[in-house]
Design a protein around this ligand. Structure first.
Ligand code: SAH
Ligand code: SF4
Ligand code: F3S
Length: 487
């Protein structure tokens, strides 16, 4: 499958489609006597969130404004940015889509588009073609740079337009207008796709082969973000640490370059694959103060037999050594993971090995998943699929254990005063704010009135403060603000 870089010609087509759509929506709005709105519904991971920021940016350039209502608000243009990682993600789309049939009958000019990873699964596209004729546009995540052209063509043709590319495109962020959701945090994808083909996973099919953005372009973008006042950057990729830039540039080079911008209070990244994690990256985490002291490293299973069947190229011993190396080099750092239970062929002994590995690694937090067979992946055809009651039982036992370690990790913070980057209000009613420590622990805190701090809308987002932690919960800690930095 070819990897294609966008060209100047692609950009010209992109700009011309946006201008044409701007004219179209402006005159439609004039006829309706109101401004037109859009709603981008985002499912799945941060890569989809990042794509949605680009979709929103494009729709804004077409003259549309975000709809004010809730998730399924009936806007003039509705885009579903889908995820296919587990079966319940698929169900979510089809469950919600039905609701738009009647609306579309009433509002004939309304446009419904579906993009995202589900559209790379042929069964889903066939189902839309057959049962959802009122969907106007179907496109895939590799062609975001063609979205305006496709949207324009579907409006022109007045027929359902399905366009799924067989090539993997790569476009630099500078290609797109980006409407960043958080004014302090910038999502910066540095690479796309995955070559690992873990046997359970749909991502390599949905997102195509690994391709990395240009190092110079990424640094240019970071510099722009720093000068615009962003306080946190999140470097993104399905396997960020297998980044391969020009002149042999690696992920360590990007992480170092990002941390050199003193404007960034936090440099974060997601997700790293155990096989590509270098000592150099661990050293950067340990030594650069604005690099998050947190590593998310998916273990998936504690059994070598299951890891092999999953096509994860490491043994549990090697994984635990990496975990140990992180723990010893990054003092007080937090280590989080993903674990799947009920993979085909997983025996009780295999599962006990997973519990054993959790007891050794003592993860500060874990995302635990029940195995979900994804059509088209190797594991979906494996024999020995595990009955649901056994999966449910193992899931319960695993989650109980991982929650215990998460709560212990939170409990270790109690009594300390920690630096927190404020993300916003967590409960508007009682004015509780939320933020994260440099170790990615979630902190909910109150601000004593006597400190006289201006808590006006958005005033505190992205600011650093000191919080005294006084209570641990399973997924967060509670505290009280002691001082605001930079006052
Ligand atoms: N690239 C990342 C993972 C991205 S997907 C990495 O390898 O670390 C996020 C997580 O979803 C995976 O780590 C895995 O635990 C889970 N997952 C992926 N496919 C799944 C499936 N078919 N069933 C259950 N969980 C799955
Ligand atoms: Fe999926 Fe494996 Fe790639 Fe992660 S590394 S996205 S789990 S195939
Ligand atoms: Fe889902 Fe695609 Fe992300 S399958 S998890 S949205 S890469």
């Amino acid at each position: 499958m070819a990897i294609i870089k966008t060209t100047d010609n692609d950009k010209r087509e992109f700009d011309s489609a946006i201008s044409e759509l701007y004219e179209y929506f402006t005159s439609l709005g004039a006829r309706k006597g109101r401004g037109l709105t859009y709603n981008v519904l985002t499912y799945g991971c941060q890569l989809n969130e990042s794509d949605s920021e680009k979709l929103s940016g494009m729709l804004a350039e077409m003259g549309l404004t975000p709809s004010e209502g809730g998730e399924l608000d009936a806007a003039d243009v509705i885009i579903f940015n889908t995820c296919s990682i587990r079966e319940n993600a698929d169900r979510h789309l089809f469950g919600n889509l039905g609701a738009f049939k009647a609306l579309k009958k009433e509002h004939r000019d309304m446009i419904i588009g579906i993009g995202g990873c589900m559209m790379k699964v042929p069964e889903n596209v066939a189902r839309i073609k057959k049962s959802y004729p009122y969907v106007d546009l179907v496109f895939d995540p590799q062609q975001l740079h063609r979205f305006p052209v496709l949207l324009r063509d579907s409006i022109r043709s007045k027929k359902q337009l399905v366009n799924i590319a067989s090539e993997d495109y790569i476009a630099e962020d500078s290609f797109f207008p980006i409407d960043r959701k958080r004014k302090f945090r910038a999502l910066v994808p540095i690479m796309y796709g995955c070559n690992n083909f873990c046997t359970y996973c749909i991502v390599p099919y949905a997102r195509g082969r690994e391709r990395s953005r240009s190092f110079d372009e990424i640094v240019r973008e970071l510099s722009e973000l720093a000068s615009k006042g962003y306080k946190e950057v999140m470097l993104l990729g399905q396997n960020v640490n297998s980044y391969k830039g020009e002149d042999g540039k690696t992920f360590a080079d990007i992480l170092r370059a990002a941390s050199e911008f003193k404007e960034f209070s936090r440099v974060r990244f997601m997700s790293s694959h155990p096989k590509d994690l270098s000592d150099e990256v661990i050293d950067i985490i340990a030594t650069r103060p604005n690099v998050e002291k947190h590593l998310h490293l998916a273990m998936q299973s504690g059994s070598d037999k299951v890891l092999k069947a999953m096509n994860r190229p490491y043994t549990i011993e090697k994984f635990l050594n990496t975990a140990e190396s992180f723990r010893s080099k990054v003092e007080g750092g937090s280590l989080t993971t993903d674990i799947i239970v009920g993979f085909p062929g997983e025996t009780e002994e295999d599962f006990l090995e997973t519990l054993d590995a959790v007891n050794k690694a003592k993860f500060d937090a874990a995302f635990t998943f029940q195995y979900s067979a994804r059509p088209g992946t190797k594991a979906a055809a494996f024999e020995d699929q595990i009955p649901q009651d056994i999966v449910t039982d193992r899931f319960g036992r695993l989650t109980e254990l991982t929650n215990r370690y998460a709560e212990e990790s939170n409990a270790r913070l109690v009594g300390k005063t920690m630096e927190v980057l404020i993300e916003g209000i967590s409960k508007a009613g009682d004015m509780t704010f939320s933020g994260r420590t440099v170790t990615n622990h979630l902190v909910n805190f109150t601000i004593p009135e006597e400190l006289g701090i201006d808590i006006g809308p958005d005033h505190l987002e992205g600011r650093l403060c000191e919080v005294r932690i006084d209570r641990a919960r399973p997924y967060s800690v509670d505290g009280v603000l002691v001082s605001l930095k930079g006052e």
